[in-house]
Design a protein around this ligand. Structure first.
Ligand SMILES: CCCCCCCCCC/C=C/CC(=O)SCCNC(=O)CCNC(=O)[C@H](O)C(C)(C)COP(=O)(O)OP(=O)(O)OC[C@H]1O[C@@H](n2cnc3c(N)ncnc32)[C@H](O)[C@@H]1OP(=O)(O)O
Length: 275
């Protein structure tokens, strides 16, 4: 891992951590202590085992470094994240599939429970797992109007796990989550703003980053302990369910994803993507 200081747009030094061939780049503004984590896995930031592992490691490093906040964004032109890498569960190797799913569980727990405030800068399409990661941040700013966001699992012939569902319910409420999930609806930026799936819609990435910094800087005036305790209490039931049911969730998903019916749906969906 290499480190270097670079000069930011507002002339403060940024501590930049990067590794050769890294899929995740992080800069930390030395003045504000706010980190920007950029997902950079071409072509669509699909979340496979190695990518998830890198994201989790990076989040743990930020916690250790005691950053004051984090913005999660994408380095790709028009995609925040295409969600889970479907090739991890289409014709899967069972051992790798288990490893993949437990890494997803751990990465999500790490992101959902960060002791520092987080903002998703959604600068591109954000289906399924991409939407999950955005919803797991404390605040969402989406660059409009061209992109879409939502949990579209039913469109793939699969079911979003309980903790995906609970995360969405926590953001938009039971009724809207039920409609969104059963129909697999992908919302435009305006629609997402209207139902509360995102907090702000902005015209470009620079404005999104400025607004993200503004949101995170609010916490300079809040006790970190009070912030973390409040977040833990608010998110407790969703987090605790997964902690208590990790193995059950894993066993169920691994079995379910390998069933002939699900494999057939996934094959057809992948084919439609290739077309
Ligand atoms: C009772 C409880 C039961 C619980 C049971 C649990 C069941 C398990 C649940 C599993 C949960 C899964 C959640 C997910 O995240 S599934 C993934 C959902 N993602 C999608 O549907 C996104 C699909 N992709 C797109 O819509 C578009 O690609 C895009 C992101 C809008 C980008 O469009 P664009 O035109 O720019 O790019 P292309 O479509 O041409 O794609 C470029 C290449 O990338 C490949 N691709 C795209 N998305 C994925 C993906 N998610 N995984 C793997 N590969 C992907 C695409 O095929 C192209 O490949 P090619 O270059 O080889 O053709």
């Amino acid at each position: 891992m290499l480190r270097r200081l670079i000069l930011s747009r507002n002339n403060t030094f940024i501590n930049c951590r990067y590794a050769s061939q890294s899929m995740v780049q992080t800069t930390v503004d030395e003045k504000s202590g706010i980190a920007t984590v950029t997902m950079n896995k071409s072509p669509v930031n699909s979340l496979n085992l190695e990518f998830l592992d890198e994201i989790k490691t990076e989040l743990n490093k930020l916690e250790k470094d005691k950053v004051k906040g984090m913005m999660l964004t994408s380095g790709l032109q028009k995609i925040f994240s295409a969600g889970l890498d479907i090739t991890e569960f289409y014709n899967p190797n069972p051992d790798r599939l288990s490893k993949f799913w437990s890494t997803l569980q751990d990465t999500w727990l790490t992101l959902y429970k960060t002791p520092f405030p987080t903002a998703a800068i959604i600068n591109g399409h954000s289906p399924a797992g991409g939407c999950l990661f955005a919803m797991s941040c404390d605040y969402r700013i989406m660059v409009g109007p061209k992109y879409t966001i939502g949990l579209n699992e039913t469109k793939l012939g699969i079911v979003a796990p309980k903790w995906f569902i609970d995360t969405m319910v926590a953001v938009i409420g039971q009724r809207k989550a039920e409609i969104s999930l059963t129909t697999g609806k992908m919302y435009t930026t305006d629609e997402a703003l209207h139902i509360g799936l995102i907090d702000e819609s902005v015209p470009d990435v620079n404005t999104a980053l400025t607004q993200g910094n503004l949101f995170l800087n609010n916490f300079q005036r809040i006790s970190p302990w009070a912030y973390k305790m409040t977040k833990d209490i608010t998110r407790q039931s969703t987090v605790q369910w997964l902690i208590d049911n990790k193995q059950k969730d894993l066993d169920f998903v691994v079995t379910y994803l390998q069933s002939a019916e699900v494999q057939k749906s996934l094959g057809l969906y992948l084919q439609s993507l290739k077309k």
